[in-house]
Design a protein around this ligand. Structure first.
Ligand SMILES: Cc1cc2nc3c(=O)[nH]c(=O)nc-3n(C[C@H](O)[C@H](O)[C@H](O)COP(=O)(O)OP(=O)(O)OC[C@H]3O[C@@H](n4cnc5c(N)ncnc54)[C@H](O)[C@@H]3O)c2cc1C
Length: 496
C-alpha cells in the first residue's frame, strides 16, 4: 500500500465491519470518527446479561479467527493481550429426523473416517470434498473475497486468466445441493453439507455450487469460541481502535448523508452537520439508501433492492435450569424435508412448518455464562424477511410453541419445566434495533451463479461514499465482513 495523506473519515455504524475498517484506516494515520446509533460497539454481534445468564445475541459460530488476529498484528499488538479463544471439539452435533445423531470431530481426517462409518459412504468422498473445498477456497479468495467487484467485468483481469480455465471445476451453474448430492450420495450427509448455504442466509437449492468451499472454514479450519463469548471479539476490536486513536460517538444516530452535485458533503447527527470528504457506511445498505440517502441526487438508486433477500432470525434466549448432556455447544435439529423448508421460507414467504432448529449453549465450555446448575440456550430458526403486514408478536408465540414441541419430540426435554429466563429476537426487533432491512441478516441472498456480481458494491457512485459490512460485497458473517473492511480500506487508501 502507498503512503497516504491523512484524511478526516466519518464512519456510520460500529458493527464488526465499521470497527475493522476504522482500525485499518487509523493505522495509516487517518483521523477516524465513528457514529453509532446504539450505546456501544458490535451491531448484530451484541450480548445480553440477565439473571446471571450471558447470551451472545447474534453470531455464535466463530470461524477463521486469524482474520481478527491479523488486525492486531498489523498494529504490532499481540491479539492474545486483547482476547483469547479456544478450538471446539466436536464442532457441531447433528440430530436427524430419523432420531440418529452425529457429532462432527474437529479433525478433518477423523471426520472423514467417522462419517464414512456412520453414513455408509467411502471416507474418500468426504476427504476429497474437504481437500477440494480448501484448494478452491484459496484459489478464489483473492479475486472474489479480497478485491472489489463492481460488476461482472471487474474480474476480467490478466491475473485472473488462470482462474477462468478452472471455472468448470467450481460447478458454478449447479446448485450447492446438486453438487453435494453428486459428491456425497447419503441424504443425511448431503443435508449436513447443504446447511452451509444458511451461513449466507441462502437456500442450498438455489445457491451456486461454488459455496461448497465454505465447508473448508468449519470442517477443515475448525470452529472457535472466544473466552467471555463472541462479544469479546467486538470488545477487543473496540479497544484496539481506541488505542489507535479512533473516536467513538455512541447514541449518535446519523439521520442523513448530505450529498451535493454527486459528492458527499456531511453527516447529519442530531442538529449538527459534520463535514466529511470520505464517509463509510456500515449500516445495512438497503436501509441506508432508503433513510440516509433518500434525497441525494435523483440518479442514485438502490438498484439491488429487488434482488431476493436473505433469511431473517427468530431467536429465543432461554435460561434453563438443569444440565442437558445430550446437547453440545453447537447443535442442529434438522427438519424432515429440507427442500420443503427452503421452499416455504423463500418461495411461500412463511416460517417453515417443520423448521431446522439451532441450539447454541456456550455455558457448556464457559461456565460463567450461566448460574451454577443452569445453561444458556440460544435457540434459532430461519424465517423469511419481514413483510409489512406481519404481526411478529403473534407469529413469535406460534413458532415458540412449535419449537418447544419439536425439542420435546426430538430430545425428550420439556423446555417449559426448565425455563427460568426468556428473551427473543425476531425480524421486526432486529430491524428496529439494528436497522437490518426487513430484519434480514445478510442483505441479498445467493441465488445462482451470478449472485456475487449482484451484491452491493463497496464503493458508491456518490463521490467519497463507501460501504462496508455484511450487506455488501463480499457477504455476511464475521469472516466476510472482515474481508469487506479490507476491500473498502484499500479502495480509500489506493485513491491517494
Ligand atoms: C441471529 C444472528 C446470528 C448470526 N450468526 C452468525 C454466526 O454464527 N457467525 C457469523 O460469522 N455471523 C453470524 N451472523 C452474522 C453477523 O452477525 C453479521 O454478518 C455481522 O455481525 C455484520 O456486521 P456488520 O459490520 O455488517 O454490521 P452490523 O452488525 O449490522 O452493524 C451495523 C451498525 O450500524 C449501526 N447503525 C445503523 N444505522 C445507523 C445510523 N443511521 N447511524 C448510526 N449507526 C447506525 C447499527 O446500530 C449497528 O451497530 C449472525 C447474525 C444474527 C443477527
Amino acid at each position: 500500500m502507498k503512503k497516504t495523506k491523512s484524511k478526516n473519515i466519518g464512519i456510520v455504524g460500529a458493527g464488526i465491519g465499521g470497527l475493522a475498517v476504522a482500525i485499518r484506516l487509523a493505522l495509516k494515520g487517518n483521523r477516524v470518527t465513528v457514529y453509532e446509533a446504539g450505546n456501544d460497539v458490535g451491531g448484530k454481534l451484541s450480548e445480553l446479561h440477565a439473571q446471571g445468564f450471558r447470551f451472545d445475541k447474534g453470531p455464535s459460530l466463530f470461524t477463521m479467527p486469524g482474520l481478527v488476529d491479523d488486525l492486531f498484528r498489523k498494529a504490532k499488538k499481540n491479539p492474545r493481550s486483547y482476547y483469547q479463544y479456544q478450538r471446539l471439539d466436536p464442532v457441531t452435533k447433528y440430530f436427524f429426523a430419523d432420531k440418529t445423531e452425529f457429532s462432527v470431530p474437529s479433525d478433518a481426517e477423523e471426520f472423514a473416517q467417522k462419517g464414512a462409518d456412520f453414513f455408509g459412504v467411502p471416507s474418500e468422498s468426504i476427504s476429497k470434498l474437504l481437500k477440494r473445498a480448501s484448494k478452491q477456497f484459496y484459489e478464489t479468495k483473492e479475486p472474489f473475497l479480497e478485491k472489489p467487484i463492481h460488476n461482472f467485468f471487474s474480474i476480467f483481469t490478466l491475473e485472473n486468466i488462470p482462474l477462468f480455465f478452472k471455472l468448470p471445476q467450481f460447478k458454478i451453474f449447479q446448485s450447492l445441493h446438486q453438487r453435494n448430492s453428486a459428491d456425497l450420495k447419503n441424504p443425511k450427509l448431503i443435508q449436513m453439507f447443504d446447511r452451509l448455504a444458511t451461513y449466507s442466509g441462502s437456500s442450498p437449492f438455489e445457491a451456486s455450487g461454488i459455496l461448497q468451499q465454505t465447508a473448508h472454514l468449519e470442517y477443515n479450519l475448525g470452529a472457535f469460541l472466544p473466552e467471555g463469548g463472541m462479544y469479546s471479539i467486538a470488545k477487543a476490536l473496540k479497544q484496539l481502535a481506541l488505542d489507535l486513536g479512533v473516536e467513538f460517538n455512541f447514541n449518535s444516530k446519523i439521520t442523513k448523508i448530505n450529498v451535493h452535485q454527486g459528492r458527499i458533503r456531511s453527516l447529519k447527527v442530531g442538529h449538527l452537520e459534520q463535514p466529511y470528504q470520505t464517509i463509510i457506511c456500515n449500516a445495512d445498505n438497503h436501509t441506508a439508501y432508503e433513510s440516509l440517502l433518500h434525497n441525494a441526487s435523483t440518479h442514485i438508486v438502490d438498484d439491488r433492492k429487488e434482488e431476493p433477500m436473505s433469511s431473517a432470525p427468530l431467536v429465543f434466549y432461554w435460561g434453563m435450569k438443569g444440565s442437558f448432556p445430550q446437547l453440545d455447544v453447537h447443535n442442529i435439529l434438522f427438519s424432515t424435508d429440507y427442500k420443503k423448508e427452503f421452499d416455504e421460507l423463500f418461495h411461500e414467504n412463511m416460517a417453515p412448518l417443520d423448521p431446522t432448529i439451532y441450539i447454541n449453549i456456550t455455558s457448556k465450555v464457559v461456565p460463567t455464562d450461566a448460574p451454577e446448575g443452569h445453561e444458556n440456550w440460544f435457540v434459532m430458526i430461519n424465517v423469511p424477511p419481514r413483510d409489512k403486514k406481519d404481526n411478529w408478536f403473534e407469529k413469535r408465540e406460534q413458532l415458540r410453541k412449535l419449537i418447544i414441541q419439536k425439542i420435546q419430540e426430538r430430545l425428550g426435554i420439556n423446555v417449559l419445566e426448565h425455563l427460568v429466563f426468556e428473551d427473543s429476537l425476531d425480524p421486526y426487533t432486529l430491524e428496529k434495533s439494528n436497522g437490518a432491512y426487513r430484519g434480514s441478516i445478510y442483505g441479498n441472498r445467493s441465488v445462482g451463479a451470478w449472485s456475487m456480481f449482484k451484491r452491493q458494491t463497496n464503493q458508491s457512485p456518490i463521490n467519497g461514499l463507501y460501504f462496508v459490512g455484511g450487506t455488501v460485497h463480499p457477504g455476511g458473517g464475521i469472516p466476510l465482513v472482515l474481508s469487506s473492511a479490507k476491500i473498502t480500506a484499500n479502495l480509500i487508501l489506493d485513491k491517494d
